[in-house]
Design a protein around this ligand. Structure first.
Ligand SMILES: *Cc1c(COP(=O)(O)O)cnc(C)c1O
Length: 322
């Protein structure tokens, strides 16, 4: 167990009750084709079918629902966390300001606005956008809800682990897409509290994986950000990481790294063989199985963590020759 735990299994149960009406219980689906490759039963946890298209709604909803008297919520993420927080804030009747840099494309701003939040364009970089979020917290009474390194966010993501154990009680292994580690920490804590023997495998891309580099270094380190098909797995874990680094180090049983081609193969296979359209980050479990890096010694659950991919890009990847 994590010493001096800041998140407990009971926190995850409480989170599940708190966000019950804000999220959907997503289905699990058997994959015959991946089972044949993996040598045992493979289940897909279809969290790409969550509202806003990713599991991030769980953590954002739990954190936002716990707030007392605040002027609103803010963050600087333009990806799945920004969407999730905008959606959660609307459910709760709270104003949301998502701070973005001038580099963020119009369609992303429109998507945030469509969820009822303000997309505040400020600064020339992600760092400057984040500075505005901090200012809103400091001066205007907003709550700044980060994408992963926050106890209530981790507890919210953990509700996905509870669902998996309810749906596949004999799961032997859960494969978890890994970036900042909020998802892995929550899912591992929830599932191991009920099934101490379950194995939790993290999967990231080979290049630019900050958690992998930090685990090697023994402390949170920055990595150079490089373009990857698994764009939701990019970004740092924060040099001042407080929770997820220690939890991942303690709770993760193994880490698999994938090449870009292996991630593309996962996207393609899930589309062609299983009929699921997922983004790169969500395809790493399938990619690992197809690459022969992950076998099913007992029931294997792959978390399809999100589906937010540009449809034209998806069609291109699926159409590419193997
Ligand atoms: C954020 C995200 C992840 C990684 O979650 P962490 O908590 O940062 O490790 C994986 N997949 C998708 C689709 C995401 O949006």
């Amino acid at each position: 167990m994590v010493s001096d735990a800041v998140v407990t299994p009971d926190d995850i149960i409480a989170a599940g009750e708190r966000i019950r009406d804000m999220i959907r219980v997503t289905p699990v689906k058997h994959s015959a084709s991946l089972s044949a490759v993996a040598g045992g039963p493979v289940w897909l946890k279809c969290e790409h079918l969550q509202h806003t298209g990713a599991f991030k709604l769980r953590g954002a909803s739990n954190a936002a629902a716990r707030l007392g008297d605040v002027a609103g919520v803010t963050t600087a993420s333009t990806g799945n966390h920004g969407r999730a927080l905008a959606h959660a804030a609307r459910q709760l009747g709270l104003p949301a300001v998502i701070c973005v840099s001038r580099l963020v494309p119009r369609n992303k701003l429109d998507a945030i606005a469509a969820l009822g939040a303000e997309a505040r364009v400020i600064g020339a970089s992600q760092d400057e956008a984040f500075e505005e979020a901090r200012r809103l917290k400091r001066e205007d009474g907003f709550a700044l809800i980060p994408p992963f390194d926050h106890p209530e966010v981790i507890a919210g993501q953990g509700t996905l682990g509870v669902e998996i154990i309810d749906q596949i009680p004999d799961a032997a292994t859960i494969a978890v897409p890994l970036s900042g580690g909020g998802l892995l920490a929550g899912v591992a804590l929830a599932s191991k509290s009920r099934r101490p023997d379950i194995r939790i495998i993290g999967i990231s891309m080979e290049r630019g994986a900050a958690m992998a580099a930090s685990l090697r270094a023994g402390r949170p380190v920055d990595v150079e950000e490089v373009a990857t098909l698994a764009d939701s797995l990019g970004g740092g874990i924060g040099r001042d990481n407080r929770f997820t680094f220690a939890m991942v180090r303690e709770l993760m049983d193994d880490l698999i790294l994938l090449t870009e081609e292996e991630i593309a193969a996962g996207i393609r296979h899930l589309s062609v063989a299983d009929g699921e359209m997922v983004e790169g980050a969500a395809a790493v479990g399938a990619g690992a199985v197809l690459a022969g890096k992950l076998r099913a010694d007992g029931p294997l659950v792959l978390i399809l963590s999100g589906g937010n991919i540009d449809p034209a890009r998806h069609a291109e990847i699926v159409g590419e020759a193997k």
